[in-house]
Design a binder for this molecule. Sequence first.
Ligand code: NAD
Ligand code: UDP
Length: 358
Amino acid sequence: MNEQDFRALVEADAPLFSKIITCRPFSVPIPESPMQLSSNVERRVLVTGGAGFIGSHLCDRLLELGYDVLCVDNMFTGSKRNIEHLMGHSRFELLRHDVTLPLYVEVDQIYNLACPASPVHYQHDPVQTTKTSVLGAINMLGLARRLNARILQASTSEVYGDPEQHPQTESYWGHVNPIGPRSCYDEGKRCAETLFFDYHRQHNLDVRVARIFNTYGPRMHPDDGRVVSNFVVQALTGADLTLFGTGAQTRSFCFVRDMVEGLIALMEYEGDQPGPVNLGNPVEFSMRELAEKAVALTGSQSVFVSKPLPEDDPKQRQPDISKAHDLLGWAPSVHLEEGLRETIAYFEKILPETTSHA
Ligand code: NAD
Ligand code: UDP
């Protein structure tokens, strides 16, 4: 679905999409302030990968909601800058630790986000990437079992590979190359899902598997090679925008604030719901359209340059989010242009010098 069709559906008051725009992101009311947390609410939350892009926003939101947050990160792709504003917060703690090693802490809930997410980063040391997904899952599941804690896995749309079903529903088993350059990530995440479901079946552990689709926003790493950060940084610095292949391949981009609300809604859902649940924004764009938006919104003079399409690059990707919507009452609310403006403002602030201005 493109943005025009999406807006047409909304205007025609089509039932699902009108709800997407207007519904509150939670079916279960999550307290707005720490004061509203009742004493029996679980309070101590572990966020692995908490110094990364999504993880740091998750830590922010959990602290806002009154939780004690233990952020565990080995700083491979995360950065202290992402969480420096939290240092000194009475309910925030940072522990430098690699999830491929066992961890002994006391918490009530675990969000397992530790894993490099950009193709450039996860292909840098592919063996370590698989270890992070698989050993990380084993260690965090073992911890959750010992503590009888609920645990959420940050899985990915990459479990669908280069999908032959479009849009992707959770019942689709995917189309993944097991031996290609993306396999360390795709198969690592698939194996982690297997482990989560086996712990659920075998040990009755309360697990939640979220399949996250492309997410963007402030605190993306400027050099991580992902398309939104690449295009925005290139446009702001006057560099050529690197369009891989023809630029006709599609992705659906979810703003990080929406994603964090979806992750918390899934974690907070009361009842047996291991998932998997797709979380993402269903509005689909081609990479050429995204590049055009980046140039227009930055007012850049940059031009496009063609680069070869990476091996196994999925041709299309769009989440079917009916399950998240029906179960959690969740749907994204930030349109791409709005989210891009915030992202551009962030990069304008952190880049040493920019040549273009919005
Ligand atoms: P990110 O690279 O910014 O964050 C990952 C964090 O995990 C970093 O802080 C990194 O230092 C840490 N980490 C990596 N290996 C570790 C290890 N062995 N031990 C401890 N910490 C480790 O990526 P992100 O975009 O914030 O992604 C967070 C999670 O969401 C990942 O699990 C990723 O697979 C998943 N996800 C993200 C997207 C997206 O579009 N951003 C899409 C699908 C899934
Ligand atoms: N892409 C691009 N130019 C870039 C970086 C990425 O055209 O500078 C394309 C890439 O080929 C893919 C899409 O953008 O088709 C999304 O890439 P990204 O690495 O952000 O995420 P993923 O492929 O994991 O969805």
